[in-house]
Write a protein of this length. Structure first.
Lengths: 511, 511
């Protein structure tokens, strides 16, 4: 049989097989489906639309509910069941979600949630994440559109931060992971690519990193995971505005060098978790450049100040960073989780993570084409399409409005500061440069009453601040992140906190 | 003013403030919203429901489309735009998604996608992820229901794997990350908790890990990130079934000990990426116990064989592992991403990651209550609610049906094997123990034609296998993971591959 006859025969056989395959859906419509698609798509659609309506109603009514309430033990006990062997109808599961999960949520959607630095989500983000979940792209690599969308987000960030468009970027879960990626990339830069194979014990000297006393604990964790050791994170003292003391940083570097250690990594904070302090990034950039150290900015929420013309000057110097870690799920309210690592040095970034595994080989054409895959830029291989919810958020609101919403939270925080300053019960414990206000009961030197008030407010369902320690004392901390939080909410918050203080002094808890 | 008068006054003031706050939504309904909620909820709901219908139609028609097609350059160029300053209506963004993203997707939903080991998602998972995105829980910690749901998933896995209910578990992005967590926890077990502070250079001896030649590249990457160095991963030779040679493992451990190194970590593979091989887990468990090494199972997809009574015997021994890494987004079709790390030793697991940062302090009551938070068990602090889509998947389908779907993919793979064995064009290159079939063109010793066929099939849109290397030769690899893939699809695939081989031999590419 000649080549062309063989080809024709093959093509005819292909055509027949394809036609059979396309009919598989329609064969034996009454047989139980072997796949996991719905037996009845219309019934499924009805359930799905009801689920969507449920969430829209929930989001619409978020202000009318308690900020938080604890799940009763009977509800918790429901979630200690055995592995379900048989399936249940989707409608009933949505009911269970409505009845047993929705009421006992995190609280971070509510305008009076001010605990920790949580984003509030948006209805737009929910729709985008639904689309992403349906599309179900694996963004580890290969040539498909989700990868292009992720690259566009990197481009947008490069533009926003004044980085070159050649900069590399990758989505990760959050800034904890982005800080780890930064430490590992900086390690490659300092010790060279052979550190991947040889490990840290092959290095001649011990690496040392630097961050302020107020920097986030994820820096320690990054150094721990990376095997460098958190004892080699120098916690540099801060000034009155809780910014890293650049002179002390210089001295620490000099001391470590003198002792034969190898400084490699300076972490500036753009918005500390405790008080929203922003290091003098320009000064840190200067010093890092002089010393030949990698300058990383932990900008978990504060980096996005660049979107607000009013706040952008506060993070001056961030455009000189070697890398930036930030979260879209905080001040940009992209649904959890969506962290990002942006890097000025694409080459060393790739050299840190790229693999030569055969099943990841690139092809000149087809689905395995494309040069750089996201799995070359971070620790993940399987990865969801975090870029889509971020893309929808930027596109639906525009950078200007997102920046304005960020700036507004800072104004609300200043309003809260004013109320606290005027309060007969409370005193300010830090100055809000951004959106975080720390305060405490006047005269509560142990901070015990502050802790009690926070628990009491949680249990009352009226407001949810958190606690932290400032100069050793537990204080009440309100992080105004939520786009729904208005100035008038601060009156409620302070009134509720004052009532709580009065109740607790009278020996009573939240009713 | 006495205590009770002060209290009454406070409560009255609280009541007034709260009433004002609850009305914020209704004040000035015509003013532009300061928050990111829709100005017109009904219009938003209409767009959201249209988005949902779009995805339902997309999922319903998945079999009728091409598996994959490359995005034209004009489409890619759309995703290189400047940062959008102004917002756009949601409806138009959904149109853009429909027009410029949906057609250029990854392909993994299509029954003829067999490239890599990708899950196919489910409509149920999409609904669950929409609910999660609306709820927008941060599952790093605190006392809310999402944490209970995550703990229930750990319980279910403990039951499925025969672990104690006291075992600890944590969601991560995927098995790459779960393998990193495993390496880091095993490092703590071996070197003690002080390794967190002191780092690896303080350890007396170099750690060494062991995995088969066929084990996944993420093990190397985990050792690199953890600073141990991938040169200290011993790649142990495999037998004819591509399982780790236990005798060679024992010899390697002995040699390393003799050389003063510190063996600590044995990784068994339950389903290798190249051929689906499963190590003799019982033998590895014995050896690890004898040697006092941490026995980790990389069960990215294969671990879930335990859900099928027919396949469960293949992973015998997994119940003796110290830890297991697996993905729900592969064989369980939970939308990307949803990896899990299950650990038999909750204490050392916690000791590895727990932090004492003030802003993470636990409270006796309120939102900051609860003992163990997920951030004590892994590298992430901000974390999405991956547990919900996993919970919905187990609840909607039941473990029995999920196990049956897994077993069915293996039957489809055996059917493909039969077709290849009967083919005049192709020959089998590995035996499918699970769901992966590797084959190549008879006589194509360089494997060049195999690579060309895979690209050609991608470009034709008919089928998407991938390539890998077996014994140095590029081969065609079909991983049958998709719940939609039926036996009849294999006829299409083989006919298409044979037609492609004939076309390419005739010097032509996909039409």
């Amino acid at each position: 049989m000649g080549r062309s006859r063989r080809l024709l025969k093959s093509l005819a056989s292909e055509e027949r097989a394809l036609s059979r395959s396309r009919k598989i859906d329609r064969d034996a419509p009454d047989a139980p489906r072997a796949d996991l698609d719905p037996a009845d798509w219309d019934a499924f659609a009805e359930d799905a639309h009801r689920g969507l309506d449920l969430m829209i109603d929930y989001l619409r009514g978020v202000r009318q509910r308690k900020v938080w309430q604890p799940a009763p033990e009977a509800v918790r006990a429901r979630f200690r069941a055995a592995l379900p062997q048989k399936g249940k109808p989707l409608a009933g599961l949505i009911d269970e979600f409505e009845q047993f999960m929705l009421p006992y949520a995190n609280g971070n959607l509510h305008p009076l949630f001010m605990g920790w630095v949580h984003g509030a989500g948006t209805p737009v983000g929910m729709v985008a994440d639904m689309l992403a979940a349906g599309l179900n792209a694996n963004c580890g690599g290969r040539d498909h559109i989700a990868i292009e969308v992720e690259k566009e987000i990197a481009l947008w960030l490069a533009e926003a931060f004044g980085f070159s468009p050649e900069s590399s970027g990758v989505f990760v879960t959050g800034t904890s992971m982005a800080n780890l990626v930064a430490a590992v990339v900086a390690r490659t830069k300092t010790l060279g690519e052979p550190v991947r194979r040889g490990g840290l014990r092959a290095a001649e000297r011990q690496l040392v990193a630097y961050a302020s006393q107020e920097a986030h604990g994820s820096i320690e964790r990054a150094l721990e995971i990376a095997g460098i050791g958190s004892a080699f994170l120098r916690r540099i003292r801060v000034d009155a505005a809780r910014r890293m003391d650049a002179q002390a940083l210089g001295a620490a570097i000099a001391k470590d060098r003198a002792e034969g250690l190898l400084p490699f990594f300076v972490v500036g904070s753009a918005g500390t978790v405790n008080t929203g302090a922003i290091d003098a990034l320009d000064a840190l950039a200067d010093l890092s450049a002089d010393e030949g150290l990698w300058f990383h900015v932990d900008g978990a929420f504060g980096a996005l100040c660049v979107l607000s013309p009013e706040l952008k000057p506060l993070v001056k110097g961030i455009e000189r960073a070697d890398s930036i870690a930030l979260d879209f799920h905080k001040w940009l309210h992209v649904p959890y989780d969506a962290g990002f690592f942006l890097c000025r040095h694409p080459q060393v970034h790739r050299e840190t993570f790229m693999s030569t595994a055969a099943y990841l080989a690139r092809a000149p054409r087809g689905l395995a084409a494309a040069d750089i895959w996201p799995c070359d830029l971070g620790p993940d291989l399987s990865r969801g399409f975090r870029a889509l919810k971020t893309w929808f958020t930027f596109q639906a609101y525009g950078a200007e409005r997102l920046g304005a919403v960020i700036a507004r939270t800072c104004r609300v925080a200043r309003h809260l500061e004013g109320l606290i300053a005027a309060s007969t019960v409370f005193e300010l414990c830090s100055r809000a440069r951004l959106n975080i206000v720390c305060f405490g009961v006047k005269g509560d030197s142990s901070g015990e009453l502050n802790r009690e008030i926070v628990m009491d407010l949680h249990e009352s369902g009226l407001a949810a601040p958190s606690t932290t320690r400032l100069d050793g004392r537990p204080v009440i901390r309100a992080a105004i992140v939520n786009h729904r939080t208005a100035e008038a909410d601060m009156e409620v918050f302070v009134a509720a906190a004052e009532a709580s203080a009065a109740r607790l002094r009278a020996g009573r808890r939240a009713p």
